[in-house]
Ligand binder design. Structure first.
Ligand code: NAP
Length: 323
């Protein structure tokens, strides 16, 4: 089968389209014919190993998992003999940031892993980007216990995480003030934001309103700058470590003093989360934003684009199959 492999850490150019053996599912696994996958910041982080810490998960000197791709949508081709909940022909989608492998024509997934059947009436391209940004957003929303009636500011509301966060926070009943570029004001409003701040015109840290939570989904601000925006017991969350890795450190010390604090939850996902996101897609409460699509063989171009930090939502990779 065709797959994108990388045998060393480095820039997008380490990615190569190769012919490799088609995987064989174990007894508890399904074999998925991939039709759509994505390139996202998680793939880029593991490929570049920009943060050395990622090597403790992916291999100290070279990548253990040579094929990236954590989001997938496709059709089950065969199942292992112990599999009960899926059958050949099922359309499925899901997430795999343990072994990756979705940037390929086929991948295997354990039946009990983060995989479920696709919502009806959506395409593979629409199903593939459901989980990555949304599960990070969900994790942070849960950590901050965001609830109905609260006011939340989302900076970077047009990224994969930010665009999911605006929709999910709105779903949980809180009022969103979103920060984005001029060109995306209409988009962000359509996602549920009540107030939109154009960061090319206004510095959101100078607003004279206060919020229960400031969620910096692109990690461009700091607790220090956002503190005046927080209510008495307000919470600051960022998706980035911050200057000199201050955010995890502040998350350890600020809760000790009471009042305004930083949270830095470790991301996690469960099969229930994938089911939950599917339900939100079915009920039209959540729709992943898609910026553009590239075919598998243009993965280097797709990756370069993702690494500009300017994508709007998600970048989808389509996987053509020779008939
Ligand atoms: N290391 C990892 O494994 C990992 C994994 C996932 C996420 N992350 C981090 O989490 C963050 C979010 O990820 P993501 O995938 O959601 O990001 P993304 O999709 O790449 O975010 C891009 C968006 O951020 C907006 N943006 C850029 N600069 C901005 C600014 N100064 N103010 C407001 N918006 C701005 C851009 O809008 P405009 O085009 O309008 O500027 C663009 O729509 C990233 O920092 C990423 O590195 C890291």
């Amino acid at each position: 089968m065709k797959a994108i492999i990388h045998t060393r850490y480095g820039p997008p150019e380490v990615l190569q389209l190769k012919e490799i053996p088609k995987p064989v599912p174990k007894d508890n696994e399904v074999l998925i014919k991939i039709y759509a996958t994505t390139v996202n910041r998680t793939d880029c982080g593991f490929r570049s190993a920009e943060y050395f810490i990622s090597r403790f998960f992916s291999g100290l000197f070279r990548p253990n998992n040579q094929t990236l791709g954590n989001e997938f949508a496709g059709e089950i081709e065969t199942i292992g003999k112990a599999v009960k909940s899926f059958k050949p022909g099922d359309k499925v989608f899901g997430y795999n940031d343990i072994t990756f492998g979705a940037n390929a024509e086929y991948m295997t997934m354990a039946e009990e892993a983060y995989i479920t059947t696709m919502p009806p009436s959506i395409t593979y391209e629409e199903a593939a980007p459901i989980t990555e940004g949304a599960h990070y957003a969900l994790c942070d929303i849960r950590a901050a216990k965001i609830k109905s009636g609260q006011k939340v500011l989302v900076n970077g509301a047009t990224g994969a995480i930010g665009s999911a966060a605006v929709q999910l926070i709105t779903y949980f009943g809180a009022e969103v003030t979103a920060v984005c570029n001029t060109k995306n004001i209409a988009l962000v409003k359509s996602l549920g934001a009540r107030v939109v701040i154009d960061y090319t015109q206004q510095d959101f840290t100078k607003l004279d309103t206060t919020f229960d939570v400031v969620f910096d989904a692109v990690g461009k601000s700091s607790f220090g700058k956002c503190k005046p925006l927080l209510k008495k017991n307000g919470i600051y969350i960022s998706t980035e470590l911050g200057y000199m890795s201050q955010n995890p450190f502040l998350a350890l010390i600020t809760p000790l003093f009471g009042g305004k604090k930083v949270l830095f939850p470790l991301p996690s996902i469960s099969k229930e989360d994938v089911e939950f996101l599917k339900e939100l897609v079915v009920t039209k409460k959540f729709k992943p934003v898609i910026d553009r699509s590239y075919p598998l063989e243009q993965i280097i171009e797709a990756t370069r684009y993702v690494e500009t930090g300017e994508k709007t939502g998600n970048v989808v990779i389509t996987v053509p199959h020779d008939r």
